[in-house]
Design a protein around this ligand. Structure first.
Ligand code: PLP
Length: 391
């Protein structure tokens, strides 16, 4: 019999079918708020100028295509580590780190490391969270617990529910937290809440697993790292998955890294040895290009300055659109204090369907919108369309 006889059909990706129906829609004033990539005012996702310059430099200088080694580009991992944790890994000398294919690869490696290091330990995921989180941990075999993260109607973080989950959790349990620019809600913890959570996790023996996929797109590079850094003085072990897909616009180049903070040299060494043996099985060696670009940018002060300007442009565009949308009506006011590319609006699936059919406004049924899909001149029209439908 066929080796594939046991395969069942898998549900299609809802976002991909949304993209297809958007493309097929003939209306000229249609709006795509579905896809999760940054767009400029013209609706494009161009290659950053700093990336282009770094690529030219690499074209000139690259002398070999031989393998990078299982840890990947070590200069990239170190420079990105400075960006995330501050100089010298924020004062945590014992750590393990490796380059991964995107933030997704980092999350997968983190999940596999947990299963090897402490099988049966649970990871707590907020509800809602990035839709790929649960499948990644489930596939690796990490038991999943859930807590309510967001009050959709009130458009605020359910901080009380997070605190309660931390009280219920077993010591050693892991909490997945979005470092900044929460996807899909845009609602982040405040610096004071990060500090409090870090203290509780330290006291209760809980382990933070921070997913940092939007550093620099919220309030700034340093500000957006405050959540991760709150843990540095508070817990013995932490896991941090980093993506350069959004902040460097390197989506298809699959550029990420995993950092594991340990509390002793031997623990850090065992983490690294295991990460290397895992990555050897998964992809043997990571891809070169994206990490080489990021390393070239971060190693060169003028390229770094150019990248930071381009990043600030993206951030200011997102925050400007947010502020504009929030100002249209008190019901949307909470959007002003949220950050990043996404917001989850209190729209029922029926309301989302009717926006699509009647007005050509495309978003997933959850009511998540990509802020970057708006334009300064479409914001008030969009607000007029959704206000009567908010629940
Ligand atoms: N984590 C979050 C919260 C994300 O939104 C994304 C991308 O959308 C990722 C991780 C992974 O991104 P990538 O694997 O493309 O680097």
């Amino acid at each position: 019999s066929s080796p594939f006889a046991g395969l069942h059909h898998q549900p299609g990706d809802a976002l991909l079918s949304l993209i297809a129906s958007y493309a097929a829609d003939p209306r000229s004033d249609k709006m795509d708020l579905g896809v999760g990539i940054y767009r400029d005012e013209q609706g494009n996702t161009p290659v950053l100028q700093s990336v282009k310059l770094a690529e030219q430099q690499l074209m000139q200088e690259q002398g070999t295509k031989s393998y990078l080694g299982a840890e990947g580009n070590k200069a990239y991992v170190a420079l990105l580590g400075d960006l995330v944790f501050g100089p010298d890994m924020g004062g945590r000398p014992f750590h393990a780190a490796l380059q991964t294919p995107g933030g997704t690869g980092a999350l997968c490696m983190g999940a596999e490391l947990i299963v090897r290091g402490s099988p049966g330990r649970s990871i707590w995921l907020g509800e809602p969270t990035w839709p790929n989180h649960a499948p990644i941990f489930q596939k690796a075999g990490v038991p999943i617990e859930r807590y309510d993260y967001y009050d959709v109607a009130g458009m605020t973080v359910r901080y009380d529910a997070l605190l309660q989950a931390m009280e219920c959790a077993q010591p050693g349990d892991i909490f997945l937290l979005h470092g900044c620019c929460h996807n899909p809600t845009g609602a982040d913890l405040s610096p004071a809440q990060w500090q409090e959570i870090a203290g509780i996790m330290g006291a209760r023996g809980l382990v933070p697993f921070v997913d940092l996929a939007y550093q620099g797109l919220g309030d700034g590079l340093e500000e957006d790292a405050a959540g991760v850094r709150a843990f540095l003085n508070a817990v013995p072990q932490a896991i941090v998955a980093v993506s350069c897909s959004k902040n460097f616009g390197l989506y298809r180049e699959r550029t990420g890294a995993l950092y594991v903070i340990a509390d002793a040299a031997d623990e850090a060494a065992r983490c690294l040895e295991n990460l290397i043996s895992l990555s050897r099985v998964f992809w043997s060696m990571p891809p070169d290009h994206g990490a080489a670009v990021v390393a070239a940018i971060l190693a060169d002060p003028s390229l770094t300055a150019l990248w930071q300007t381009e990043l600030a442009d993206m951030r200011q565009r997102l925050n400007g659109l947010r502020a504009q949308l929030a100002a249209t009506h008190p019901a949307l006011a909470p959007l002003a204090s949220q950050r990043g590319m996404f917001a989850t609006l209190p729209l029922s699936p029926e309301a989302v369907g009717s926006l699509r059919e009647r007005f050509g406004v495309y978003m997933p049924l959850s009511g998540r919108i990509n802020i970057a899909g708006l334009r300064a001149e479409t914001v008030s029209h969009f607000a007029e369309l959704i206000l009567p439908l908010l629940s």
